[in-house]
Every structure is written in structure tokens, then in C-alpha cells.
Design a protein around this ligand. Structure first.
Ligand code: KIV
Ligand code: NA
Length: 264
């Protein structure tokens, strides 16, 4: 199979087809997910929670991200692979971030994802000018949980919403190839999506985004911790994991997911 590229994803977006993404951390699931039609496999630092059993993502290392990215890459031939820059590897300087991101690209990522708004503009520009496509990530940024004061809805006040709109525009201007928006009001996510030319990928951000992403273990209903309200358990009523993932893909593509009970 020919591997999906950023251009293939842009083509989906331009033809108004939704992009279906899921997190993935190993080769077996990678093969299963791409066979079920998932467009983007995100090697998320949520592996700190669902693979390593931590209560947050802060202790995930670059070596661990590179290892899981290699595992996922080996299990695929078609899916687009995105990898998270873990906490501490993108905050110091654009130069240091490039060196770290290059490790994930060498491990098989086609794009890296970096949490942060306007303060990441220089870094996004530095990386994209030097060959590393970047997906920005705004709204709830789990690596900043101690600064944000918990895992809660972002962009609620008018000032906060305005700031997120500006962040999105600045990140696109700096060269961001995509934008993940986590846990923000659906109307704000819609406004941001309409304002941008690049595709937006939402998680707890309503149905107007160009695509959707969920944590694999959440949508399979197997995470022992509490899953957020925007998650849907696709295993309910499905006879296999393959069917559950296929149902997720078609629910995203048809716009049925997220439904009103999954948004804010
Ligand atoms: O690490 C992760 O799983 C993520 C997604 C939830 C966007 O960053
Ligand atoms: Na992440």
C-alpha cells in the first residue's frame, strides 16, 4: 500500500472528508488500525497513562517515544504516523527541539506534535523550515496539567477563547501543518477550524473539526482509570476490536461522532 502523506490528508480535507485518527503504541494495533481504515496513528505520550500506568504524561521520555514510534512504524505500510514530543523535549529552544524531533522522525514519524500556543511559534518555524512537519496542540495541554490546574475545559471565557483563536492563527502562520485542539467548546473549535487553512483534529472539541482523535484504550473501553466525558466506548455492541475500530472510522467520516453528548 502507498503510505498516506500530509498531502493525502490535505486532499481529504479539501474534499470535505473527515480525517480519522487514533493513538497507537505497538505494531499489532498499528496493523489492526490501518486495516480498519484509520488515517493517522498518533504515537501519543498518553502512553504514559495507558501503557506505563502513570497518572500523567510528564515522565515519558524521548527514548520511550522513539521506541513506540518504531513499533508502530513496523506494523504499518499505509497509515500516516505522527509522534508526540514528550515533556521537556520541546520547551528549551528551537535548536534542542529539532535535535529531539529528528530522533522521532528517524524512528518512523512523518510529523511531530508539540503542545503549546504562541510561545511555540519560533520552534514551529525552525522545525518546518528544516524539514520536520509539525502538528501544534492547543486547548488542554496535558503536559501543562500543573500549570492549568487540572484536566478541564479550556477557552471558556471570551479572553481565553480569543487567545486560542490568535494562537491557532500564529501557529499556522509559523508553518504548522495541522492543529490538534483538546477539550475546548465546540463553537470555539468550529470558529478556529473555519479561520484556518490547515486541518484541525479535535478531541473533546466538537464535530466541526477536520478530523477526530481518541486515545485507543478509551474508545475500546479498557482503560482502568476514568475516561473523560467526550469519549465513546466503541466496543459496546461490537463483536470484535476490528469492528469497534471500523465503527469509529465510519462514525468520524459520517460526522456521527462526536455526538452532542460528547461535546461542550
Ligand atoms: O497523547 C495523546 O494521546 C494525545 C491525543 C489525545 C491528542 O496527545
Ligand atoms: Na499527547
Amino acid at each position: 500500500a502507498v503510505r498516506l502523506t500530509r498531502e493525502t490528508l490535505y486532499k481529504l480535507y479539501r474534499s470535505s472528508q473527515k480525517i480519522a485518527a487514533l493513538t497507537c503504541y505497538d505494531a499489532t494495533f498499528a496493523t489492526l488500525l490501518e486495516n480498519a481504515g484509520v488515517d493517522i496513528l498518533l504515537v501519543g505520550d498518553s502512553l504514559g497513562n495507558v501503557v506505563q500506568g502513570h497518572t500523567d504524561t510528564l515522565s515519558v521520555t524521548l527514548d520511550e517515544m522513539a521506541y513506540h514510534t518504531r513499533c508502530v512504524a513496523r506494523g504499518t505500510s499505509r497509515a500516516f504516523i505522527m509522534a508526540d514530543m514528550p515533556f521537556g523535549t520541546s520547551q528549551i529552544s528551537p535548536q534542542e527541539t529539532f535535535r529531539n524531533a529528528a530522533r522521532l522522525m528517524a524512528a518512523g514519524a512523518q510529523m511531530v506534535k508539540i503542545e503549546g500556543g504562541r510561545h511555540m511559534v519560533d520552534t514551529v518555524d525552525f522545525l518546518t523550515c528544516r524539514g520536520i512537519p509539525v502538528c501544534a496542540h492547543i486547548g488542554l495541554m496535558p503536559q501543562s496539567v500543573h500549570q492549568l490546574g487540572g484536566y478541564r475545559l479550556q477557552g471558556r471565557s471570551e479572553i481565553e477563547a480569543e487567545r486560542l483563536l490568535e494562537d491557532a492563527a500564529l501557529l499556522q502562520q509559523a508553518g504548522a501543518a495541522m492543529l490538534v485542539m483538546e477539550l475546548i467548546p465546540a463553537v470555539l473549535a468550529e470558529q478556529i477550524t473555519q479561520q484556518l487553512a490547515i486541518p484541525t483534529i479535535g478531541i473533546g472539541a466538537g464535530a466541526a473539526c477536520a478530523g477526530q482523535v481518541l486515545v485507543l484504550h478509551d474508545m475500546l473501553g479498557i482503560y482502568p482509570g476514568t475516561s473523560p466525558r467526550f469519549v465513546k466506548n466503541f466496543m459496546l455492541g461490537a463483536e470484535s476490536v476490528q469492528t469497534a475500530v471500523r465503527n469509529y472510522v465510519s462514525a468520524v467520516k459520517s460526522g456521527q461522532f462526536p455526538a452532542s453528548e460528547h461535546r461542550f
